[in-house]
Every structure is written in C-alpha cells, then in structure tokens.
Design a protein around this ligand. Structure first.
Ligand code: F6R
Length: 359
C-alpha cells in the first residue's frame, strides 16, 4: 500500500505532481476558474486553521493582498476562538483543514457563523464536520493522507487558496484576462516543476545526513517564503525531533542571530525574486558569524549568492508568486531524509495524532 516507498510520507511527497494536476483539472477549465464564489462586495477575509494548514493560510494572505487587493487576516484556531475577534457582516471566514475534524478549527467556525456573511472551507475530507458546517466546502483533492506530517495536503491547500485569490482578483476587477492567464499558466507549470524538484531527493538526502547531527536549525524566508520557513521548521521538528525555528529573514537581527554559530545550520528559502537581495544580505550576516547556510534557490540565485555557502540546492525556475508551492517539496524532503537518517518513526512521530479532535 506504500507503493514501493519505505514510508507513507515519501509516497505522499511523490504524489504531489499528480494530485496537484487532479485538483487543477477540477477547478480550471481552460482559462476559466470553476469556483462557485463571488468576492464582489466582500470586505475582508479571515482565515483560520491549525499547524501546517495555518501556514497555508499565512501564504494565502500574501496572495489575497497582492493579487486581489483584498484585506485579509489569518489566525491559529486555538487563539481565534478565545480572543473575541472583531468580525463584520461583510467579512467571509475561511477555514482550512485536511481532516475537517480539528476541534479548535471547528469551534472557530461555529464562533464565526454568528458574525460573518459566509463560511467557506478548504478541506480534504468532503464528508467532514468542517465541510458539512460550511456554506461552501472546496475539496483539495489530495486523496487519503496517511503520514501524520502533512505534505500533499499542504500543497493542495495552497493550490486551492491560490485559485481563490485569483477568483477574488477577477471578481474585484484587479485581474484582467491576460494577467489571469499568466497566473494560470504559472500554476499549470507546477506539476512538471515538482517532478523536477523530486529528482533532487538524492542531493537532499546528502545534506540531511549532516543536518541529522544538528541540535538546532533555523529556516529563513521573506514574503510568502516566510510562512514556508515556518512550515519547514515544523516539519523538521515533528518528524526528526530536531529543534527548528522559522523566521522572517528581516527578523534575524532582532534576536535569533544570537543563536548563530558554526553548529547551527540555517536554511534559506530564497528564489531569485524582488526580495532576493534583502534575503541574501541577511544570509551574509549569518555567514559572517560562521553559520552553516543551506541556500535553496533557482539557478540565478545560486549563481549569484551560493559561492561561500555550506550547501546549495538548485531549484527549477518558477513564478515568484507561486514559488511557495514548489519550495514546499525541498522543505518536506529535508525533513523526511533527516528523520530517516536519525531513524525516527517518520509516519507516526511520537506524541502526535493525524486528526486532533480534542482541544
Ligand atoms: C503538521 C500537521 C499538523 C496539521 C494540523 C491541522 O505536519 O499535519 O500541524 O496541519 O494538526 O490539521 P488539519 O489540517 O486536519 O485541521
């Protein structure tokens, strides 16, 4: 049932090009978005989720703002449900959950129901409680995810959220047909690019053998790569039990730089986009303190800034906007191979459950 893979996690990582293409086939007809929502008149989007799903929301905040100019916030469900959030009748609330049964997310949905115009959910299990209690449930089409660490559900959540941001851009008059077609072409390129990234698994395993000896690891990213740094750190800690933190690159000098020495690997997620130079300057601050930098970038980025780094992973070129979907793969593979090198239980990490139905 693991289809020749040693672990469900490896199988599910490898399934991503296929399931992403399936989800695209479901939601995209040629250049038309097949999503039954209309964002005209929506004042604000409030997104709520837990764990990896909350990082998908965090990435999507950048998309809703940049693509659709739509005010957007997100929160983790356990905070949202108790902090008396101020919602408005023109707001929509969006809940993201693989299982659709996460107790805090469901409670947050029930709270929001009284306060917002519409409840939309992005779920993997269409028969789940969260799906049933939503006005509209959008399936992510990832198929059954067995590994406790979420992988293919994350990238499929990101895809559906990206499509929602595009729909919002169209409905709000922010995206003309040409711009929409450009974004859709960038999304359609992702499965092929993911296949390319999966071929880097062997290189990543080599780096992971060293990473497995670390006590602490930092992940850095800027813009929509910041939440991906958080996701990379979460994945590494939950399956390899190595302490890891994700930071926005610009926050480095506000505290975490004190941790840097030659024993702390720092993983920098930085495609050659508009923020690249800024991230590189943060990376150089790490290297000046003997930090071991692993730069994950594209060809241009690695050629420009990779010379003195400890290690480099050269990703295929992709649209900067949707790079978080592609860069999720090396983050997952790093965690996976590090855990394998350490010999931990990859699919069933200690203390964790696949579906968290108690708060
Ligand atoms: C991490 C992970 C968890 C879940 C979280 C939410 O790899 O899997 O952080 O993302 O427990 O679960 P769902 O999406 O089922 O609500």
């Amino acid at each position: 049932e693991k289809g020749g893979f040693k672990h469900f996690m490896a199988k599910e990582i490898a399934e991503q090009p296929g399931v992403l293409a399936d989800a695209m086939a479901h939601y995209l007809q040629d250049d038309r978005l097949n999503i039954d929502v209309d964002f005209a008149g929506v004042g604000r989007i409030t997104m709520v989720a837990c764990g990896t799903a909350s990082y998908a929301c965090h990435v999507a905040k950048y998309w809703f703002e940049q693509i659709a100019g739509l005010p957007c916030e997100f929160d983790i469900a356990s905070e949202f449900r108790y902090r008396e959030p101020v919602l408005s009748p023109t707001s929509w609330a969006l809940f993201v959950s693989q299982s659709g049964e996460t107790a805090d997310t469901l409670a947050a949905l029930r709270y929001a129901r009284e306060h917002v115009a519409r409840i939309v959910s992005v779920v993997n299990v269409p028969t789940s409680s969260i799906a049933r209690e939503s006005d509209l449930a959008l399936p992510i089409m990832a198929g059954v995810e067995v590994g406790v660490a979420s992988t293919k559900a994350f990238t499929c959540q990101l895809l559906v959220l990206a499509l929602l941001a595009l729909k919002a851009g169209v409905d709000r008059g922010r995206l003309d047909a040409a711009a929409l077609a450009g974004h859709i072409a960038a999304l359609r390129a992702l499965p092929g690019l993911m296949n390319h990234a999966l071929q880097m698994s062997g290189d990543i395993a080599g780096v992971a053998d060293d990473l497995a000896r670390a006590r602490d690891v930092l992940f850095l990213g800027r813009g929509a790569m910041f939440p991906l740094a958080l996701e990379g750190a979460l994945k590494l800690k939950e399956i390899s039990y190595i302490h890891a933190e994700g930071y926005a690159s610009g926050e480095l000098k506000h505290g975490p730089i004190a941790l840097i020495d030659e024993d702390v690997p720092v993983i920098v997620l930085a495609p050659r986009d508009a923020l690249f130079e800024k991230t590189v300057s943060n990376m150089q601050e790490v290297m000046a303190r003997n930090g071991k930098v692993l730069l994950i970038s594209d060809k241009a980025g690695v050629e420009e800034a990779g010379q003195k780094t400890w290690a480099r992973l050269m990703m295929p070129d992709c649209s900067p906007m949707f790079a978080p979907i592609l860069y999720a793969l090396p983050a997952q593979l790093l965690a996976y191979h590090t855990a394998v090198a350490k010999g931990t239980d990859v699919d069933q990490p200690r203390n964790l459950a696949k579906s968290v139905t108690v708060e």
